[in-house]
Design a protein around this ligand. Sequence first.
Ligand code: GUN
Ligand code: FE
Length: 452
Amino acid sequence: SSNESAVDIAHVYRGTFVHSTDHTAVEILEDRLLGVDTEGKVYSICMEWSAYPCEGRRLVHFVVCSEFFMPGMVDTHIHASQYSYAGTALDLPLLQWLNTYTFPVEACYKDLEFARNVYTHVVKRTLRNGTTTACYFATIHTDASLLLGQIANDFGQRALVGKVCMDTNNFVPHYRETPEESHDETNRFISEMLKKKYPLVRPVVTPRFALSCSAALLGHLGEIAQNNHLHIQSHISETKEEVKLVKELFPDYDSYTDVYHKHNLLTDKTVMAHGCHLTDEELKLFREKGASVAHCPNSNISLCSGMLDARRVLNHKVKLGLGTDVAGGYSPSMLDAVRRTLDTSKALTIQDPQYQTLTFEEVFRLATLGGSQALSLDEHTGNFQVGKDFDALRVNPRGPKLLRSLGVVKSQVCSGSFFSPSLFPLPPSGDDRNIAEVYVAGKRVVPFVERP
Ligand code: GUN
Ligand code: FE
């Protein structure tokens, strides 16, 4: 059942652990013992392994030269429903792209078998690529959205799942709800999802964006989120054209951010995707409310939407995570999001040599701890702090022969028997072949256990 304990016996992992803390972008803990209890939580991480009480616990050694554990990555924004066409249809700007490709595809999720097929693929693909936590958009269909939650639960992925809400769509009229439907179905989605008592999957209130929601609907959704203390996700200030249209559609509001704010949709459990064109005033409001931004660099470039100045967001002390934004972004891999984040920061540096480029270490933190904070899940995941769930990747930077050089940034893979302290082992050009195992809440979820 979904409620069984993560593992039936406490495990102790011996190996090198690499993670981020609030104080250090990358901390490398060489040859440690990390204890995971039967609830899947980290209960200790210590050095003195010879004196360690291992009785009654399964000791697992990973001291293979160059291997290490890192926290599972957090995809703060991904459209599970758009996975079916990822890597295609990137030739139009956002609003035309939505009308031409996205809405007609999303309408297909009325068909539960279609949904089951795509959702199974996306959950497996993201897990295999090291996404231990995903914040998903599904579609307007309640039953298919519930199915996505079930599939994430079955494969053991930590997930926030949103049934998309949209009551204005003039281009594909059959892919739209009435405000009442949207409101009622959101309530049904939430109550049915909560009834399942999935340990790692939660519902998230999901107005698609201001351009596809009436003010009445936004108000209802804000109320639902507030009454049930739920997460909220949406899109904001992705393109200049969108910002301009929001201004026309909501002339009485101070800003795009204010539209969400005035409908109680800007809270400390809100994550807004993109934010490329947010003003300083808007970022201040984000900071004040504790809302976060999901940086989706692949999508921002692929749809020519803009370039998020992530440094500016960090300087405003606004919580920031990374998102793949499949299928505006063509890659479902968080390692790709890491690379694109660095690319965007470097493109900004090309424009302005004074720009303070994001470091590799900072981006590693955004992909892990930053993402968990952006989703207000840092109590449970994001690093190897004692008390958090063991969400981890066992990384083999060498991987198959051709990937031998991956992960070696500053030094040699091995110096003596273990890492040299100067090694920075995030695989910048690695891929799923470098991810030997994936753990969520102490349970090994990759390689997949075949289910009947
Ligand atoms: N804005 C509203 N809907 C979407 C979507 O599906 N993808 C992206 N990238 N932006 C959006
Ligand atoms: Fe998106």
